[in-house]
Design a protein around this ligand. Structure first.
Ligand code: F6P
Length: 325
């Protein structure tokens, strides 16, 4: 195995709060262990088109509290092709980068796995996504901040829902995973959550309606996990049609969920995992995601991390049900 002198860092896919804290931790740990560091801009796009800069410890000063990513991010279609990966490999050679740390979600780590297989480049992943959908890690960087942002929004929606005695369907992000919807519903005292991991969407709505919708309450909030087919608008229309006596509104939170200063929890997680990435390289690890399980830093092979079946705690569905009577 050839010696690693220079480590390249990139952020890819949807940004998440805490990515900067991770960039800072990787850079500073790497430099303190004698590596040189290069920041790669715009994810795999920057790797293909040589948009790269040498990083010093100062490059990452005062970024731990900032949302987004100083390295910018992109979802690169070209990198998915063999030609794109070849171009990226040529840039790596030209820049003298011996190993990569990729901060991103499912798609980004899939790209890293394929790239590593094709060119035998040591790649280490960090779980950077608000969706919390990477297998093998209890938490992903950005999830906690986004959860708090959603809860903050729902608290505000609750005020107006109450004043007007309305039912609100609030749509949150999560792609194909219901972690954000499920847990924000519990934390905000919502009456129900509609998530992809539970019974069919129609059943979940029936269940909510079957409970008497509002009972003694004068307003209701249902958190709906985003879905191309049946988002919050779909349910609102159905309830409006079937129960015209109710005043129904929809609120789609959208990209505000991805912004903002990371929570203390995300900053600590990103710092631990960032340092863990460099320890992993020193440890001779290759092609693993650094995760956290039971408060321990763990190595998860890419192939496991990108499995799309991370389990939601089904017990929480019952908790939400019981608490919303
Ligand atoms: O994966 C993160 C995420 O925010 C998902 O929750 C959401 O479905 C998607 O990215 C939105 O992507 P974009 O910013 O490209 O619209």
């Amino acid at each position: 195995m050839s010696k690693i002198n220079c480590i390249g860092i990139l952020t890819s896919g949807g940004d998440s709060p805490g990515m900067n804290a991770a960039i800072r931790a990787i850079t500073r740990t790497a430099i303190s262990k004698g590596f040189s560091v290069k920041g790669i801009y715009r994810g795999y796009e920057g790797l293909m088109h040589d948009d790269i800069e040498e990083f010093t410890t100062e490059s990452v000063s005062n970024i731990i509290a900032r949302g987004g990513t100083i390295l910018k991010s992109a979802r690169s279609k070209d990198f998915m092709t063999p030609e794109g990966k070849q171009l990226a490999y040529e840039t790596l050679k030209k820049e003298g980068i011996d190993a990569l740390v990729i901060i991103g979600g499912n798609g980004s780590l899939t790209g890293a796995r394929d790239f590593a297989q094709m060119f035998d480049v040591p790649c280490i992943g960090l779980p950077g996504t608000i969706d919390n959908d990477l297998y093998g890690t209890d938490l992903t960087i950005g999830y906690d901040t986004t959860l708090n942002t959603i809860v903050d929004c729902v608290d505000k929606i609750r005020d107006t829902a109450n004043s007007h005695e309305r039912i609100f369907f609030v749509e949150v992000m999560g792609r194909d995973a219901g972690f954000l919807a499920q847990n924000s519903a519990i934390a905000s005292g919502a009456e129900a959550a509609i998530i992809p991991e539970d019974s069919t969407d129609a059943d979940q709505l029936e269940h909510f309606i079957g409970r008497g919708i509002r009972k003694s309450k004068n307003s209701s909030i249902v958190i709906v996990s985003e879905s191309p087919k049946c988002g919050a608008m779909f349910y609102a229309d159905r309830v409006k049609k079937e129960y015209p006596q109710y005043d129904v509104r929809v609120s789609i939170l959208g990209h505000l969920q991805r912004g903002g200063s990371p929570s203390a929890r995300d900053r600590i997680l990103a710092s631990r995992l960032g340092a863990g990435a460099i320890d992993a390289i020193l440890d001779g690890q290759r092609n693993v995601m650094i995760g956290i399980r039971n408060d321990e830093v763990v190595y998860v092979p890419f192939t496991d991390a990108i499995r799309s079946d991370k389990e939601i705690n089904k017990g929480l569905i019952r908790v939400l049900d019981e608490l919303s009577i």
